[in-house]
Ligand binder design. Structure first.
Ligand code: ATP
Length: 277
């Protein structure tokens, strides 16, 4: 066989164990990866259907390339890609407890405030790391956070990410409107600060047990209320006052230049965490 860097792996070295979930472009599996010399490690494998469009394939490869650069306890690690056959595969660390959103919904009413704050703290750790790397995620949401076997939160789903400092996206196709900052909704501008806005919606999801943001409103209605009327969702019932204040006074601030950055959010959340001890 042709010599390949460890980043490029052979389909032969991946043995599928079971299905974990359904992605936008293909299924996600639990698998065993044989790293030569008979050593086996457990991995998650994201696959891409062969009939996927060229655009989707490029997005898939972009996710792989971007994620490869990052290494942090609260960011899902990508291990390698198998792209010499179909379906294309991307291997990454397994998060046995699945998506945060499913966990929040399944355990609604049973998750204590300390665990919710821990989720916020860990998400902010991963996101502050990405901010330092100038990585704009663009799709921060509870559906894109995963939970490890030890229930650690990991930021995932880099399909839309970019490491340019400001992105003009003229298409705004299929976008998660209810997670978008006003400047993204009006001018299609994505930045590290629009990620901070989405992080606020993630905090809101965590404290409202995975409810749908702007419930009862369509995307068009939510967009109009946020942009034209300055509407902000109320702090979730039971959330500490400091969380509500962080959302309303620091995060969901219209002007991105005046909005708090991720590193300061992380600091504030760690201060709250220290007080729970
Ligand atoms: P979408 O774009 O619709 O969010 P996607 O193509 O980005 O989907 P993911 O959301 O990354 O796909 O993955 C789909 C599902 O597969 C997740 O909700 C989760 O249940 C499971 N999954 C993904 N990655 C992992 C992982 N590393 N470990 C365990 N389960 C995973």
């Amino acid at each position: 066989p042709i010599e390949r860097s460890p980043w490029m792996i052979n389909h032969d070295s991946i043995v599928i164990v079971k299905k974990l979930g359904e992605g936008a472009f293909g299924e996600v599996f639990l698998a065993e990866f044989e790293s030569g010399k008979g050593r086996k490690i457990e991995v998650a494998v994201k696959t891409m259907r062969s009939e996927a469009t060229r655009d989707a394939r490029l997005k898939f490869m972009k996710e792989a390339r971007l994620m490869r650069k990052y290494s942090h306890k609260h960011v899902v690690k990508i291990l390698g890609v198998a792209v010499h056959e179909h379906p294309l595969m991307l291997t990454m660390e397994v998060c046995h407890n699945g998506a945060l959103l499913s966990y929040l919904r399944k355990n609604a009413g049973k998750i204590d405030l300390r665990e919710k704050l821990r989720f916020c703290v860990e998400a902010s750790d991963g996101l502050a790391y990405l901010e330092k790397k100038q990585c704009i995620h663009r799709d921060i949401a509870a559906r894109n956070c995963l939970l490890s076997s030890k229930m650690e939160l990991k930021i995932s789903d880099f399909g839309m990410s970019d490491d340019r400092s400001i992105i003009h996206d003229d298409t705004l196709n299929k976008v998660p409107v209810k997670w978008l900052a006003p400047e993204t909704l009006t001018d299609k501008i994505y930045s590290l600060k629009s990620d901070v806005w989405a992080f606020g919606v993630l905090i809101w999801e965590i404290y409202s047990d995975g409810s749908e943001p702007y419930k009862g409103m369509s995307n068009v209605q939510a967009r109009a209320k946020v942009v034209s009327q300055g509407y902000r969702m109320p702090s979730p019932a039971g959330a500490p006052k400091e969380i509500g204040d962080l959302l309303h006074q620091k995060i969901w601030v219209k002007n991105p230049a005046e909005r708090i950055d991720m590193t300061k959010c992380q600091k504030k959340l760690h201060e709250m965490w220290e007080k729970t001890k």
